[in-house]
Design a protein around this ligand. Structure first.
Ligand code: SF4
Ligand code: FES
Length: 373
């Protein structure tokens, strides 16, 4: 592995009220063999074709650990597309991170799994699209289902903890029973059932992806049933359908508070969708030290804490609970990233979200498949 010539960091010191980050989401590439219409990667993939090199990623990971990061999530796109994934896992593990691979499972051969485990991989999060092959492969836009079963088997053969993740939408939100059954069969210790978050490609496909009100209710019932049935063997997490809620999600657990994302080109972001917000002053890990970006970068400072808030968030008792919701959603729906997330019932624009749900009561349409690169 390359020598990164690390030097001691003498940048800005920790500031009162800002903690060290716990997690780094390394989006190694946006290339992906799947074509899921719910993908939250950016629509403009061309801007990210120039990916960081192995040495640059490893330097960023080592810097992140020195900054305090404990959990390293290697994600994408599909991280297995990168030929240097084993090296990057080794880099994270040697630095002292808990290394989690977020993958579709496509490209996980027996030899690769052995090498990843040997390199110090600690956990695998495997996506599934549905509980049956026909539906799952239709959603993925490719024959993926059986390859995922094989990938899960390899993970379990190496005794690595496995999380199964399924994104819920119009095409599968009423199939939670069979998704949970599949996850249990795969030996998952954790199952994440997450309604689609409308960013990137998924935002473009929102009208096709929004679940019906009946599906949302049924999904919640099925989650409760799954917890009764499988709760002893799997931890089951349910991320609710945001647009149907009256209180917003505490997005990222607060902007610039716990974690950051590094995009394939090295841009350092407070959240995976932040690149769409104009004028944030996003910086790149190849041009400024990661610690400096975290402690004082303009993109991180912009929505940290509560000083940036306006009414109704400014005087609200929940402002330290949900942090005003999601900045990216406020920007997407209102063109103003400093506005209260309109999912909040106290937002003067809450009706807009209700109106956006209209397609959910119309006949289903097919989402556009996400391009592979
Ligand atoms: Fe959260 Fe702001 Fe709504 Fe209060 S007004 S609940 S802080 S989004
Ligand atoms: Fe960017 Fe919520 S996704 S703040």
């Amino acid at each position: 592995m390359a020598d990164h010539h690390l030097t001691e960091h003498h940048g800005p010191t920790e500031r009162h009220g800002v903690d060290r980050p716990l997690g780094m989401l390394a989006e190694l590439t946006y290339r992906c063999p799947l074509h899921c219409g719910y993908c939250s990667n950016p629509v403009e993939l061309a801007a990210y074709r120039a990916e960081l090199t192995t040495e640059q990623w490893c330097a960023a990971i080592t810097r992140a650990r020195a900054l305090g990061v404990l959990q390293l999530h290697l994600s994408g796109g599909e991280p297995l597309v990168r030929g240097d994934l084993v090296e990057l896992v080794a880099c994270g593990a040697q630095a002292g991170c808990y290394v989690n691979l977020v993958t579709s499972g496509l490209g996980l051969t027996r030899a690769r799994m052995a090498a990843l485990a040997e390199a110090g991989l600690a956990h695998v999060q495997l996506s599934v699209q549905d509980g049956t092959p026909e539906s799952a492969d239709r959603i993925a836009g490719t024959r993926a289902f059986h390859r995922k079963l094989a990938a899960a088997e390899l993970v379990r053969a190496h005794q690595l903890p496995l999380t199964v993740n399924a994104v819920l939408h119009r095409g599968n939100a009423d199939h939670v029973d069979r998704i949970a059954e599949l996850a249990a069969r795969l030996g998952a210790e954790r199952l994440e059932l997450a309604h689609t978050q409308y960013y990137g490609w998924a935002l473009r496909n929102r009208a096709a992806l929004l679940p019906t009100p009946a599906q949302v209710a049924l999904a919640a019932e099925q989650v409760a049933r799954a917890r009764q049935r499988w709760g002893g063997v799997m931890d089951i997490v349910h991320v609710v359908a945001d647009y149907y809620e009256s209180q917003p999600k505490p997005c990222m657990n607060g902007w610039g508070r716990r974690q950051f994302t590094v995009a394939p080109n090295g841009d350092v972001l407070p959240c995976p969708a932040a690149a769409q917000i104009p004028g944030l002053g996003i910086e790149n890990v190849t041009r400024r030290d990661l610690a400096d970006i975290w402690w004082s970068g303009p993109a991180f400072e912009r929505f940290r804490g509560t000083d940036w808030m306006r009414d109704p968030c400014r005087g609200c008792v929940r402002r330290d609970v949900d942090f005003g919701g999601c900045r990216c959603q406020a920007f997407q729906l209102l063109g103003d990233a400093a506005a209260t997330d309109p999912v909040c019932q106290l937002s003067p624009h809450h009706d807009l979200v209700r109106q956006l749900l209209a397609p959910a009561t119309q006949p289903a349409i097919q989402p556009l498949p996400r391009p592979s690169r």
